[in-house]
Ligand binder design. Structure first.
Ligand SMILES: Cc1cc2nc3c(=O)[nH]c(=O)nc-3n(C[C@H](O)[C@H](O)[C@H](O)COP(=O)(O)O)c2cc1C
Length: 193
């Protein structure tokens, strides 16, 4: 495991679809979270929750809910992260944002607002999570092609959490990425005023 220079995380690493047999250690999983947690979020709310599926028993529970065209990708990954958002994130605000006194209490009676904030900001954290995987010299394959309700019932029952993405994590196999598709250029995506 060797850390990548910051710009190479964007330019050199890209989506992995097939992984070689190399394992990913629990220490690496811990380092992924310890980088991803610095992604900025509204009110420092940090609504992302991560379930690392790494045992073969847990993998067998997950695979039936992965879309047919995506199953082989997750099967070859030593770890699949289920990313979820927590609509109850606000209970931590007195600790994570002590400057905003009373914000937890004002969000208590607003479950729909909380779910929306949690969903938006967990997606933002997911971007940080993918880049954190790459920063540590690992490869990531994010996917939304899975049965969300099925995964939630199997792994998140009796919790308020809702999953929104799975991320295959490991070391990309030879030929396990597609050629990189073009990105929109500065002139296409940016306005200078
Ligand atoms: C939110 C999200 C959902 C995705 N869902 C899938 C998916 O279900 N199946 C799949 O094969 N690839 C999926 N991808 C992979 C994208 O197609 C890929 O990241 C994108 O084309 C950029 O490719 P590159 O990193 O090789 O440049 C997803 C990526 C993201 C970020």
């Amino acid at each position: 495991m060797s850390d990548l220079p910051a710009t190479a995380i964007f330019t050199d690493r890209h989506t992995a679809y097939r992984f070689d047999g190399a394992p990913v250690s629990d220490e690496e999983l811990s380092r992924i979270y310890d980088l991803a947690k610095y992604t900025p979020t509204a009110m420092n709310g940090q609504p992302l929750r991560v379930i690392f599926v790494r045992s073969s028993e847990a993998k067998q529970r997950l695979l039936p809910f992965i879309g047919e065209g995506n199953q082989a990708k997750s099967e070859s990954a030593p770890v699949v992260a289920i990313l979820a958002y927590d609509p109850e994130f606000h209970v931590n605000l007195p600790t994570t944002n002590p400057q905003m006194a009373g914000v937890k209490e004002s969000l208590d009676p607003m479950p729909e607002v909380r779910a929306s904030i949690a969903n938006n900001n967990a997606w933002l954290q997911a971007g940080g999570f993918i880049l954190a995987v790459r920063a540590l010299g690992l490869d990531a394959g994010p996917m939304t092609g899975y049965d969300n309700a099925g995964v939630d019932a199997e792994f998140l029952a009796d919790t308020p959490l809702r999953s929104f993405m799975v991320v295959n994590i490991g070391h990309v196999a030879e030929g396990g990425s597609f050629p990189r598709n073009p990105r929109l250029g500065f002139d296409q995506a940016v306005t200078l005023l």
